[in-house]
Design a protein. Sequence first.
Length: 270
Amino acid sequence: MTTAATDTGSGAGALLRSWRERRQFSQLQLALRADSSARHISFIETGRSRPSQEMILRLAEHLDVPVRERNTLLLAAGYAPLYPETSMDDPTMDALRAGVERLLAAHDPYPALVVDGTYRILAANRSVGLLLAGVAEHLLEQPLNAMRITLHPEGLAPRIRNLHEWRGHLLEQMERQIALVRSEPLRALYEEVSAYPVPADAGAESSRDAAELFPFALPLRIEHDGRVLSFFSTIATFNTPMDVTVSELAMETFLPADPETVAYLQSLTP
């Protein structure tokens, strides 16, 4: 009599179990969501049952597994990757790239940029360039990285009036991402930027100061050309991406948080 081999930790079952535990689902909860049974989920996780491609994708959907990691799950189960990873320079991305560039241009005179999953800047509008005046040349060499430029002591950090709060917000954002995705490059970036020294004279404003001025959201308060500009930040991603590259794109737009910022930036418009 023969018995099925048990997954010892490296196959699709172990990966699915890891994602289930990360999302804090029981086997029964996941089974109910995926129209399966706790017994079948258990068999998949222990390697006693090989999941179909359809089942892997269904479980990944309910576990909110990132697109890149869905390919990893498929490979671990012996299936070909389903989602391509297409360079933004590829001709098939022309329509997407043109659409993104139109959105960025339409947001002028307010800053807007597009980053990938490790905060590499892929595109930005003219107003982002205005804020980079005074940033060290080595931080402006390709590939530009938004987190490095913002938090490095030779970057924007010395000019951010509420640096302690804004730095805390960015690091918490990265921590949430690391908890959701298995990205060693992102973790390495987090370890790098979180270790940057905080300029001694930075962050003149306290959280209480900012809360009194802007009670409903944390603003970015940055010194520029003898004045302080205030922005709220929003982040947009693509719905139901079918490409790894597209799934990791994020557009960050900065909205003026006070009339003074509006007036100044509009005065720069040709």
